[in-house]
Design a protein around this ligand. Structure first.
Ligand code: GDP
Length: 450
């Protein structure tokens, strides 16, 4: 897991923040006792390490103890190396007591940490600065002095009262994800072709790539069961991840089940690596359990999905419609994925499938303007006020979209309450009526300040 290292002076409030992050309320996982790492040589204080989760993103948190013991900490190791990418370099959060301001110790630390910020884009750096104990007005005044540390904008925080912790976590997670994406070269859109044996994956890839698979070049991280090849589609570079390499045998009974299992396992890997899954189905043969299993993996991993109902050349219009209906009925959780009829054999519909995948890739990268998003929901709530819960009307106070790999919208609520599924559906419909997010699942999070 990626690592968040909290550093700062002993009284800056690191443990309070640490406890808030590792505590149940913020993390969806249940409380786990703090892990006390045995003191290693040179440290005089135990290091606290635990796990946290924010918006489904899991990470480790380490409270590094006081600045005076900084020498042995992962942070200083990272700062001394020139290598800024995770996991070698953790995300660092420098916590300063806004009332006390920045002293000599903080300045020394900041000068070390400044090296972790890439010059071209300081906001993308591995260091975030938070001004803690901002619970009074004069404390907030002190906060402005912290700009002089040269670590960018100080985030306002009261670790004790939880004020600002949601925004801080948003920033922390966004920074970690951005650095992760940069280090894994996630800029190229990845499309996985998945499906159980004999649905036509090889045929589809051949239709796409021509008879010879000339561009195939194995990419690091791919397994025996899946290969990735670069592919250019309408001027854009894509990575096609292909699981068709699994041995196929003419077998029945148990052996077929064995093959299916292998296909599902390969699909799991391919899906985890992709942004968009082209889920191939055999529309002539109909749906099987393995199809459902693979479809489930796509949704579970929040991937965009284009369902390709293959072998359309063997079906008439009525049969195609019936197959679409059965897909909707048996894979209701994939309702965001369009069903396209295609024939890998004749090539019909193949371009359209790839166009839809490309469009999904573009939507996954789309960040909607914050102002329009908020205007939209302010207006929408006037037309359709949220329900009253325990005597007070629920309100979405403001909405943000997160810089996460799959589109995530967070609605800050006036109070914490379970949202009725019909409200969630309404929010999703409202969003999609303005920004369709083709073939892409949306994560909607409704949260009051922790
Ligand atoms: P894979 O195991 O998913 O890679 O499936 P293959 O691409 O090897 O295809 C399995 C069988 O289905 C082969 O006999 C193909 O010729 C056949 N097939 C694939 N696509 C189509 C199609 O669109 N129409 C028809 N009629 N047959 C197809």
């Amino acid at each position: 897991l990626p690592l968040l290292a909290i550093v700062g002076a002993p009284n800056a409030g690191k443990s309070t923040l640490y406890n808030r992050l590792v505590r149940t309320e913020l993390s969806a996982r249940s409380f786990r006792p703090r892990a006390l790492v045995a003191p290693t040589a040179g440290t005089t204080r135990d290091r606290m390490e635990g796990e946290s989760e924010w918006l489904g993103y899991r990470f480790r948190v380490v409270d590094t103890g006081g600045i005076e013991h900084f020498q042995d900490k992962p942070v200083s190791l990272a700062a001394r190396s020139r290598w800024h990418a995770p996991p070698a370099c953790p995300q660092v959060l420098l916590l300063v007591d806004a009332k006390a301001g920045a002293g000599a110790a903080e300045e020394r630390l900041a000068s070390l940490l400044r090296r972790l910020r890439p010059v071209h884009d300081p906001s993308a750096g591995a260091v975030l600065l938070a001004a803690n104990k901002c619970d009074s007005r004069e404390a907030r005044h002190g906060m402005h002095e912290l700009w002089s540390l040269g670590l960018g904008e100080p985030r306002l925080l009261s670790a004790l009262h939880g004020v600002g912790s949601a925004e801080l976590l948003d920033d922390v997670v966004a920074a970690m994800q951005r650095r992760e994406a940069e280090s894994t070269g996630d800029a190229v859109g990845k499309v996985a072709v998945v499906g159980r044996p004999n649905v036509g994956k090889s045929s589809l890839l051949n239709a796409l790539l021509g008879q010879e698979r000339m561009v195939v070049n194995p990419v690091a991280g791919t397994t025996r069961d899946s290969v990735a090849c670069e592919y250019e589609w309408r001027g854009e570079k894509l990575l096609l991840i292909d699981t068709a390499g699994i041995r196929r045998q003419a077998a029945g009974g148990e052996e077929r089940e064995e093959l299916d299992r292998a296909a599902v396992a390969a699909a799991r890997v391919a899906i985890s690596q992709c942004h968009v899954a082209l889920l191939l189905l055999d529309a002539y043969q109909g749906l099987t359990r393995a199809d459902l299993a693979i479809a489930g993996l796509v949704t579970e991993q929040q991937k965009s999905c284009v369902i390709v109902a293959n072998k359309a050349d063997r079906l008439d219009a009525a049969a195609r419609r019936a197959f679409s209906d059965s897909v909707r009925e048996r894979m209701p959780w994939l309702d965001y994925a369009p069903v396209l009829h295609a024939s890998a054999l004749t090539g019909a519909g193949v371009d359209e499938a790839l166009d839809t995948a490309a469009s999904a890739l573009a939507w996954r990268r789309t960040k909607v303007p914050k102002r329009r998003l908020n205007e939209l929901f302010a207006r929408a709530q006037l037309l359709r006020p949220l329900p009253v819960v325990r005597g007070a009307r629920l309100k979405m106070q403001y909405a943000t979209q997160h810089a996460t790999e799959s589109p995530t919208f967070v609605f800050r609520m006036n109070r914490q309450a379970e949202m009725h599924p019909s409200v969630v559906r309404w929010v999703e419909r409202t969003l999609r009526s303005h920004w369709p997010f083709d073939a892409t699942p949306l994560r909607l999070v409704f949260k009051a300040d922790p």
